[in-house]
Design a protein around this ligand. Structure first.
Ligand code: NG6
Ligand code: CA
Length: 506
């Protein structure tokens, strides 16, 4: 693994570092922006085949850059994918990296090298704007009314404007650097994930106050904030609470401020948007604009957000010196806890494209997501089938910026800069996927480790991909993972199971 990393590092540096120089203005290294969507499926954007919703800005990014057809998050849920993109380490190597409650403490050890740290070493200003969902504070309940640390600032970011967990989890407030934004010290925030706290109405007790109902049996019926029942109870912090309708605009606005302020020197922006995660409550101007209910509307809102960022880069004259990566933290889900029209108005839309599964699933729909990289003037536009994974951004950009990584830094991240910049069709040769079990993808083959569990995740109506027998698919011939070839290819099953075990224990 490390050998491969180093080998590619030397081989590619010569060619690609040169490219980097060409794309710079005034000899500067390129800015890097990762626009990370939440729960956006491969088939949710029109350049990947969606027809019932249009994403012109994302499509333009793709037509001016490289659209990857085999691009991946490391896991089929948020927290592990985000852990991996930032640390370059598979999340399954570390306990406690599954979906976190809103009051979890920070799960990235502060001495671990992150993507942000690497950019900082290379002299970049770094910012984290948007959804965090990696915990905050050292141990125990975070101090919502005091200093919230460690968090993004202690894990590689010079500036942070974020919400702690997910839009459906309390506390529904923004944090800027170490403090809750707009907190009134006389109205302190308390959060509880075990029992009700305070006297505010809950979705369970006061459904008549809801503007969007939760799906029966799927929770999301605790404290009501902005007419929506959440996971968890909170009290206080009235002035500090966000409105769902403004989330996208607020994050875009903060991103624009950061870009404007720092555009004269290289910057790295991790812009982790909340769309299209639940609760899907689009800004008023997007409500009812798609034919697919609020889920379609927030896809349009996400597309708008991408367009606004691109506009800012053009306006400041830095588009040619900025690498923009657009991807998603996991595959799609229609009903993730609220009745928002996603199921009722799906009619024909294929959120995971031709793949089986989606969010929470070990099938390809779980981790194969939209993945676009643009660097106008330097990267030649095209479509690439190279296997690329978000976990590789750390080692790849480290190579581009000539920042050597030590053995224990980003242990699972490979330098695939050549593939990312379209110089090579060769991405990773293998990769591990995570969702309830592990799977190994190697070339055209995918092996799923046997695991007990429901085959259908009933609440969300998604196939989990779990089975008690080994599964082996040839993704080239059978992207839909319909023909399990394990019984007829026992040697291949054995070889892949052994390889996965070696990776797992290395
Ligand atoms: C689940 C929530 C779901 C979503 C998910 C996290 C229930 C029944 N479902 O536990 O609504 O919040 O966690 O999504 O509570 S993620 O994209 O951040 O991983
Ligand atoms: Ca997610």
């Amino acid at each position: 693994m490390h050998y491969v990393k180093k080998l590619l590092f030397t081989a590619i540096l010569a060619g690609v570092a040169h490219t980097a120089v060409k794309g710079q203005q005034k000899g500067q290294q390129p800015n890097v922006i990762i626009i990370y969507a939440d729960d956006l499926g491969y088939g949710d954007i029109s350049c990947n085949g969606a027809t019932r919703v249009k994403t012109p800005h994302i499509d333009r990014l793709a037509s001016e850059g490289i659209r990857f057809t085999n691009g991946h998050a490391t896991a089929a849920t948020c927290t592990p994918s985000r852990y991996s993109i930032l640390t370059g380490e598979y999340a399954w190597r570390k306990k406690g990296t599954n979906i976190l409650p809103g009051n979890a403490s920070l799960i990235i050890p502060t001495d671990r090298t992150t993507l942000g740290n690497m950019f900082q070493r290379a002299g970049y200003r770094t910012a984290c704007i948007g959804k965090w969902h990696l915990g905050i504070g050292a141990q125990g309940e975070p101090d919502w009314n005091g200093e919230l640390k460690p968090g993004p600032l202690e894990t590689g970011f010079d500036y942070a404007f974020f919400f702690p967990a997910t839009a459906d989890r309390v506390p529904t407030v923004y944090v800027e650097n170490h403090r809750v934004v707009a907190l009134d010290p006389k109205d302190t925030i308390q959060v509880n994930y075990h029992q009700k706290i305070g006297n505010e109405p809950t979705g369970k007790e006061n459904p008549e106050l809801l503007k969007m109902h939760s799906t029966p049996g799927q929770g999301h019926n605790q404290t009501i904030v902005n007419g929506i029942g959440r996971i968890g109870w909170m009290t206080g912090g009235q002035r500090a609470r966000w409105t769902d309708e403004s989330l996208a605009g607020d994050f875009v606005n903060q991103a624009q401020l950061f870009i404007e302020e720092h555009h004269r020197k290289p910057f790295f922006l991790y812009l982790s948007l909340s769309d299209i995660h639940v609760p899907r409550m689009p800004g008023t101007r997007f409500k009812g604009k798609s034919e697919m209910g609020y889920r379609g509307d927030v896809i349009m809102q996400l597309d708008w957000s991408v367009g606004e960022i691109m506009k800012t880069l053009n306006y400041l004259g830095i588009a040619k010196n900025t690498i923009v990566i657009f991807s998603s933290d996991n595959g799609p889900v229609l009903d993730d806890g609220y009745i928002d029209g996603a199921v009722a108005q799906q009619s024909g839309h294929q959120p995971a494209g031709a793949m089986r599964g989606g969010k929470y699933s070990i099938l390809e729909g779980g981790t194969r997501v939209p993945f676009i990289l643009s660097w106008p003037g330097t990267v030649k536009p095209g479509v690439s089938g190279a296997l690329v994974n978000q976990i590789d951004l750390l080692a790849s950009f480290a190579a581009m910026l000539r920042q050597p990584l030590k053995e224990n830094e980003a242990p699972d991240s490979w330098n695939i800069l050549g593939a990312l910049l379209g110089k090579s069709q060769q991405g990773r040769s293998s990769m591990v996927e995570q969702a309830g079990t592990l799977a190994l993808v190697k070339g055209d083959w995918k092996y799923i480790v046997p695991q007990h569990g429901p085959k259908l995740l009933k609440d969300v109506n998604i196939e989990s991909g779990l089975d008690t027998i080994p599964q082996l698919y040839n993704l080239k011939a059978d992207l839909g993972e319909k023909n399990n070839l394990a019984a007829t290819h026992p040697e291949m099953v054995k070889e892949m199971a052994t390889m996965l075990e070696t990776i797992r224990t290395s």
